[in-house]
Design a protein around this ligand. Structure first.
Ligand SMILES: Cc1cc2nc3c(=O)[nH]c(=O)nc-3n(C[C@H](O)[C@H](O)[C@H](O)COP(=O)(O)OP(=O)(O)OC[C@H]3O[C@@H](n4cnc5c(N)ncnc54)[C@H](O)[C@@H]3O)c2cc1C
Length: 457
């Protein structure tokens, strides 16, 4: 939490860019409207968990939404929850899980806010069946930069609704939203694990699971890839599938919802000085160990949120990359562009930049959000120590490969891409810009990301 009205050093989750920002943390709707009306330029910030510069200011004031965190209402029969945008996903899940409901889309961390989840239209490991977060938003209320509040839904100003979903905080301030939750019987997940011996085998496993996922929004799938395995074994991995457990899956006497463990607060841990503990040799050793220590397993029970958000148990992950921080480079390419996955891995390995973490997931159909990231196909994410990138241009050959394949980078994680490729990656950018301009005609909403990538017309 950031103190009200102070100049503080801000960064994204990857800690690559640090910027001083004049932060306002309004409490209550009147205060919020006053801040929005009075600031000549404004950058909206949720929990600050976007990796790059999406929630960093370009000019003006940073609007911290974390004081707007109330649950407004929850209809336990329909599963529709109305919540303020600064509410943290983990806090919502904690309240609704014992009542048999969960957010239908959970990204790899629960520490983010509802506003950040909508503005980035985040995805989980069940995208082929469940789609992205925005698809479960029944309506949202948006505070426009002129101080007026409007409600948007798929039937009420659909352009404004979809421009805000994935709109990276540039159409207005999401104040609250109604979200349709998904029913669950328990707070546990059943995990099934399979180990693969090559990238081809990993791809085949994910492809056949995607067919099942399309019919089943409860099926979550992710593959960890061993980018250190040499030759034909490059891209071998561990494919995990999870499904919320039913009551019959639990051993006798087990609680329906796992007991809550004490929350870690290690996000505040400073980055390690120097290069940190993530180095080529340690990553290689950890990769080999991870593959060998992950034998195939049938039906293992674990807490649902721990299964879906594993990095929440390793909040010190960015700190381990040292003072320069970490870049997570995530892109999506169409289903037929499977060769790009190998090309990108080979590029990184060939330049001695073998990632510290490499994950591959399936995407299903995208949304109507012009700036929403998912497209039907694959999404690969790699974690790289920022100190390995000689300059911002190191990953440009990959950007080009991705754009040439009809793919795109994920704006919520980006820190390095060049503006000129964005219109190719996001061909609906001009229509989004028209709606954005209608909603914020004076151009008062900005961010470092919007400036760097020239998102605003
Ligand atoms: C460990 C980890 C794992 C992750 N895994 C995934 C994943 O699996 N899938 C995925 O899709 N993403 C993933 N992410 C990315 C993360 O979900 C997004 O970056 C998310 O937007 C962060 O939300 P936040 O509340 O921290 O928002 P911030 O980082 O503070 O802001 C993100 C964007 O949202 C805008 N915004 C925030 N609040 C509002 C509001 N009230 N109104 C309007 N705009 C607003 C900001 O202006 C900014 O553009 C992961 C991030 C981490 C750190």
């Amino acid at each position: 939490m950031i103190p009200d009205e102070s100049l503080v050093s801000l960064s994204g989750w990857g800690r690559t860019t640090h910027q001083l920002g004049l932060v306002r943390r309004p409490v209550g709707d009147e205060d919020l409207i006053r801040v929005v009306r009075s600031a000549p330029q404004l950058t909206i910030r949720g929990a600050g968990c976007s990796y790059g510069d999406a929630a960093l200011p370009w000019r003006g004031v940073v609007l911290d939404m974390t004081a707007h965190r109330q649950i407004v209402s929850f209809d336990q029969s329909s599963g529709v929850i109305v919540v303020e945008a600064g509410a943290v996903l983990g806090d919502l899940v904690e309240q609704t899980l014992p009542l048999g409901w969960i957010l239908p889309v959970l990204p790899g961390t629960q520490r983010i806010t509802v506003g950040g989840a909508i503005a980035s239209d985040v995805h989980g490991k069940n995208h082929p069946g469940a789609g992205s977060f925005g698809q479960h938003v029944v309506w949202l209320s948006l505070l426009r930069s002129d101080g007026t509040v409007e409600q948007f839904s798929a039937g009420q100003d659909a352009d404004g609704f979809w421009a805000t979903i994935g709109g990276m905080g540039l159409t207005g301030v999401i104040v609250s939203a109604a979200i349709q939750l998904q029913r669950v019987e328990t707070g546990w997940a059943v995990r099934r694990r399979r180990r693969t011996s090559s990238l081809d085998e990993t791809i085949d496993a994910l492809r056949s699971l995607a067919v099942q996922q399309e019919l089943d929004p409860e099926l979550h799938v992710v593959a960890w890839l061993d980018a250190h395995a040499p030759g034909r074994r490059l891209g071998r991995g561990v494919v995990d599938q999870f499904r919320p457990a039913r009551t019959v899956d639990l051993p006798p006497g087990a609680p329906l919802v796992p007991e809550r463990r004490g929350r870690r607060v290690d996000r505040s841990m400073r980055s390690l000085p120097g290069p940190g503990v993530i180095r080529g040799a340690t990553i290689a050793a950890a990769s080999v160990a991870r593959w060998h220590l992950s034998p195939a397993r049938d039906a293992q029970l674990l807490p649902l949120t721990a299964a879906l958000c594993p990095l929440d148990r390793a909040g010190c992950w960015p700190a381990a990359f040292g003072r320069n921080g970490l870049i997570q480079y995530q892109f999506a390419v169409p289903a037929e562009s499977v060769a790009v996955l190998l090309q990108v891995l080979a590029f990184l390995v060939g330049r001695r930049m073998t990632p510290a973490l490499t994950t591959l997931k399936n995407f299903g159909f995208g949304t109507a959000g012009p700036l929403s990231f998912p497209l039907p196909g694959w999404t690969l994410a790699v974690d790289l120590p920022a100190r390995w990138l000689a300059d911002g241009g190191t990953l440009r050959p990959i950007d080009q490969i991705v754009a040439d394949a009809g793919g795109r980078i994920y704006l919520a994680k980006d820190a390095v891409t060049e503006a000129k490729l964005i219109p190719r990656m996001y061909p609906l950018l001009p229509s989004w810009q028209r709606t954005q301009k209608r909603l914020d005609p004076e151009g008062r909403l900005t961010s470092a990301l919007a400036h760097r990538l020239e998102l605003l017309a």
